[in-house]
Design a protein around this ligand. Structure first.
Ligand code: HEC
Ligand code: HEC
Length: 446
């Protein structure tokens, strides 16, 4: 082998190494991960079986179930009872809201608790009420102390603190959920990191009119993408939790919800078999993706220009038109010290010296940017359904989104209308299965 060709080979190795490094750094810093070429798929027969389970009206000791069927505690009798707007799998109206609660660590119980206050129970004795909840997690008593100094008597009052926060949450639409499931953690983390870098650059140049970067929610399975608070990383986990919590159906690996205040005891056999649960997941996963109809080019441009797209990122992780960054934000203005303000939550008085709230748990005021696809067909809006219209939803963005809302409000009326009209083009998929029996969405008291 000649010296010449040896040098040539060395050069080749150097070039190849440089190329590999370049690809690797591109991958690390710029790539969202592998592009999503095909959407979620499942066998047609399995999807059909899943649809039947999604629409099935469950009863206690239901013949379709392998355990005790509906309950002991539940919020409705079927998935479709809540998920129906724009077709099977859509969002729901306010009367279907579920009530979630959380309990701050307290003396004697340093654990952070969260759960659902169920609307119904198969056994009247298991009925869950706010009263039962506060009996279980009572108010932490404050106290009044007097100083013993005879020259300067002072009294200090430490107020009581209620450790329980209750928040209603509205039913989200499930269209396109299988696509969200495919968005990689790395794409969400990369977007958050790049936003952080941009913010830093702006701060260095003295530009402060920014939106703070939201928080990534890390949960057991990865980055939390599902639920108003990003409480689950995968669709499968959320579907299992929905079976357990909404209908009281145990699935393999996730037992049915227990009535408030009951612990321990043997879990009955799962209500859904592995095959049934797999079919239900297959149905939800392959629900069609929402569509962007019509051309509201002006509104779409303004949506970007005023800063909506900072949080409602149009395309992420290879999925187009989802309009979310899957990060947590606070859209309330900060509360005045000493509590009060918009939400039912206030910080505990420091003198009570309660154990700290775990940092990784989202605060009651933190919510994940919801995907806006399909938003035209999922009124009312926001986590608690408190905004009846799209305009009202925009105007309620304060806190982290305050600057963007101010820019929106400063637009001429025709431009504001154009932004709202653009949101009006984000529709539920026309291929969604229509509701067979609209009466299933009525929640009769049980
Ligand atoms: C009583 C009403 C109700 C019923 C019944 C119900 N859901 Fe839901 N669903 C909700 C609410 C409310 C949310 C939002 C919860 C949250 O984020 O905390 C939700 C959210 C979801 C999500 C997360 C969607 C996302 O993108 O974040 C999935 C998946 C889901 N439900 C599936 C189901 C399935 C499957 C069933 C039947 C086993 C079901 N749901 C039954 C009310 C309901
Ligand atoms: C700082 C991040 C941020 C910015 C900026 C922002 N949003 Fe949001 N948006 C959110 C979050 C978080 C929510 C959910 C809040 C809640 O439920 O309380 C939300 C909710 C919404 C909803 C309701 C969606 C639903 O399904 O209920 C609409 C509509 C919306 N935003 C539109 C806009 C528009 C239009 C703009 C620009 C004028 C904008 N947003 C700017 C974070 C943001």
């Amino acid at each position: 082998m000649s010296r010449h060709s040896l040098a040539g080979q060395r050069r080749l190795v150097v070039y190849a190494t440089v190329a590999v490094l370049a690809v690797a750094s591109y991958w690390t810093f710029f790539s969202d991960g592998p592009p999503i070429l095909w959407g979620p798929t499942a066998k047609a027969a399995e999807v059909e079986r899943g649809r039947e389970l999604f629409e099935h009206q469950w009863a206690a000791n239901d013949p379709l179930a392998h355990g005790d069927g509906l309950g002991p505690v539940f919020n409705a009798r079927s998935c479709v009872a809540c998920h129906f707007q724009g077709g099977v799998g859509g969002g729901g109206a306010n009367e279907h809201n579920a009530v979630s609660f959380e309990v701050q660590p307290r003396p004697g119980d340093h654990e952070f608790h969260s759960g659902t206050l169920h609307n119904f129970s198969t056994n009247p004795a298991d009925k869950e009420t706010p009263r039962k909840l506060s009996a279980l997690f009572p108010v932490v008593k404050g106290r009044t102390t007097r100083s013993s100094d005879p020259h300067c008597p002072t009294t200090t009052t430490i107020p009581d603190f209620d450790p329980v926060t209750v928040q209603p949450v509205q039913t989200t639409a499930l269209f396109g959920a299988g696509w969200v499931d495919l968005i990689s953690d790395r794409a969400i983390l990369k977007n958050a990191r790049n936003r952080g870098l941009r913010t830093l650059r702006r701060e260095l140049t003295g530009e402060f009119d920014n939106v703070p970067v939201g928080r990534v929610r890390h949960v057991a399975g990865g980055v939390g993408k599902f639920g108003w608070k990003g409480q689950f990383a995968t669709l499968r986990e959320f579907v299992a939790a929905a079976c357990s919590n909404e209908l009281g159906l145990g699935v393999p690996g996730v037992p049915q919800a227990k009535p408030l205040g009951t612990t321990g005891g043997d879990d009955p056999q799962p209500d859904l078999s592995r095959e049934q649960f797999g079919a239900l997941v297959a149905f939800v996963k392959t629900l069609p993706k929402p569509v962007e109809t019509g051309t509201e080019a002006r509104g779409k441009d303004l949506f970007r220009e005023v800063g909506c797209a900072i949080c409602h990122v149009p395309d992420i992780g290879g999925v187009r038109g989802v309009y979310s960054d899957f990060l947590l934000y606070t859209l309330e203005d900060p509360h005045p010290p000493g509590g009060g303000g918009g939400s039912s939550y206030s910080e505990p008085p420091p003198q009570l010296q309660l154990p700290p709230r775990p940092d990784h748990e989202p605060k009651p005021s933190e919510w994940k940017t919801p995907p806006l696809w399909g938003v035209a067909d999922s009124a009312p809006y926001l986590h608690d359904g408190s905004a009846p219209t799209l305009l009202a939803a925009i105007q309620k963005h304060r806190g982290d989104a305050k600057r963007v809302t101010e820019r929106f409000e400063a637009l001429p009326p025709a431009d504001k209308a154009a932004v709202v009209a653009f949101l009006g083009t984000l529709k539920a998929p026309p291929t969604a299965v229509p509701l067979r029996d609209p009466s299933v969405t009525k929640l009769g008291r049980k």
